[in-house]
Design a protein around this ligand. Structure first.
Ligand code: GDP
Length: 434
């Protein structure tokens, strides 16, 4: 079937030694014939060609890779032009392609979307690919790779197999059972459902940490005004990101500092001094601080010799949080860790403790890493749990229908069903040229 021919720069913005321009669609060879000197490159053979504009102007000499229908990333005729990375070169080649009738610039994620629609890539793998491209740290890369390499797809297809087998068992009895699931079938159906529930519970149990890893772990630095939060943030991140002052209540908004903590993406939040206040602007800062802090992966609760934590009035303590005694250079005190932002003592120990605490939450098999996947998995889980609870009382038709719904939900997860709806959700996060 003829497809529109799309093109886009696939390498990053800005000047570089090499840039890659991708073309995909039925007219790919037409485009290459228009802009390349000499013959069309053999499929999958890197070939040097001169590139010229439609008016014959020489634009660059580049390496060209050509792929034929069915044997490319998108599954369509496709080409990659590896040209010199100067902005004018890239712009010149893009506008030469634009001048050719029937071509248009690709939408964000459109190459990958076509790969999914042409069956070259599963939806879960495409999501993994998106995460891999966005990965900034080693742990993010490794998690994205698990999804991309098909491990999540295999796990989900195990859930599906169990559900399909359970449904087949139940449906086989519909014709002659009066009402309830016959006793000889019920035990096997129950085992299949329980196994599936266990597997999905495990996956969902790891999902929160997997999502935090994908999006970055937030760590809230909280405590009363003047406890040394802004100073600690600066000491942790090694730069002056937050305003440090001696006037209580300076940090009225939430200041974020993002960095790579030993492979983990971490965002430290410097929150407004949490205390009771009549000042409307400061009160808003306190409200925001408390909300962000309660949702963070970890809270560092600061106290120092010159503050009293009795004035906060807000309890944000959660299991696994760390208490920090700050300004330890002035006076020693009690806490999981004592630090001094002034001398730097305790700072690297604190970073190690944070990294350990976050790493303990990660699981090497964590795979569900975004809201779409987690929500669908939870819906499958809910149906399975309900079916187990009611297996003795449910009429067989209803049980079969529940299992059909659960399988349909799994198919939405993998993109076998309602692919158009799912593509919208998945590809909104992709950028141009992917
Ligand atoms: P915040 O309100 O909790 O953000 O506190 P700040 O970071 O603004 O610090 C309040 C005051 O304590 C400032 O005068 C800082 O210079 C001082 N301070 C912060 N950390 C330390 C420290 O480790 N040692 C000492 N001696 N003073 C500190």
């Amino acid at each position: 079937m003829p497809t529109e021919t799309i093109y886009a720069p696939s390498s990053g913005q800005g000047a570089a030694a090499i840039a890659i321009i991708r073309i995909s669609g039925s007219s790919t060879d037409v485009v290459l014939n228009e802009i390349l000197s000499g013959s069309l490159p053999e499929p999958r053979v890197a070939s040097v060609r001169r590139i010229h504009g439609t008016d014959g102007t020489l634009l660059d000499e580049a390496l060209v890779l050509r792929f034929v229908d069915g044997h490319s990333f998108t599954g369509e005729p496709m080409a990659e032009i590896q040209c010199h990375g100067g902005r004018a070169v890239v712009r010149g080649i893009l506008s030469a392609i634009e001048d050719i009738t029937g071509t248009r610039i690709a939408e964000p994620g459109e190459f990958t979307k076509r790969a999914v629609l042409n069956g070259k890539l599963g939806l879960l793998e495409a999501e993994g690919l998106g995460d891999l491209i966005s990965a900034e740290t080693e742990a993010q890369r490794s998690q994205a790779h698990r999804a991309m390499s098909g491990k999540l797809g295999t796990e989900v297809s195990n859930w599906r197999q169990a559900l399909v087998r359970a449904r087949a068992l139940v449906e086989a009895t519909i014709d002659w059972a009066d009402e309830d699931v016959p006793e000889d079938v019920a035990p096997e159906v129950e085992v299949l459902l329980k196994d599936t529930v266990n597997a999905i519970e495990t996956a969902v149990g790891h999902a929160r940490a997997a999502r935090s890893l994908r999006d970055g772990f937030e760590i809230a630095v909280i405590g009363p005004p003047n406890a040394g939060k802004s100073s600690l943030l600066n000491a942790l991140s090694g730069r002056e990101a937050a305003i440090v002052s001696e006037i209580p209540g300076t940090t009225r908004d939430v200041v974020e500092v993002r960095f790579d903590l030993d492979g983990l993406p971490v965002t430290f939040l410097d929150t407004a001094g949490i205390r009771k206040t009549e000042d409307i602007i400061e009160a808003e800062g306190v409200r925001r601080a408390a909300e962000r802090a309660s949702q963070a992966a970890l809270r560092l609760h600061l106290t120092s010799y010159d503050t009293s934590d009795s004035v906060t009035g807000v309890d944000l303590w959660q299991d696994g949080d760390l208490t920090i005694w700050s300004k330890a250079d002035v006076l020693k005190g009690r806490g999981d860790i004592s630090v001094s932002s002034k001398t730097g003592s305790g700072i690297s120990e604190l970073l190690d403790r944070i990294a350990d605490s976050l790493r303990r939450r990660l699981h090497p098999d964590a795979m569900l890493s975004n809201a779409r996947q987690e929500q669908l998995a939870r819906e499958v889980l809910a149906i399975c749990e309900q079916s187990i609870r009611e297996i003795a009382d449910l009429p067989v038709e209803i049980l079969a229908d529940n299992l059909r719904k659960a399988t349909a939900m799994v198919d939405r997860l993998t993109g076998k069903r309602d692919i158009e709806d799912m593509l919208g959700v998945v590809f909104q996060e992709f950028c141009l040229g992917k």
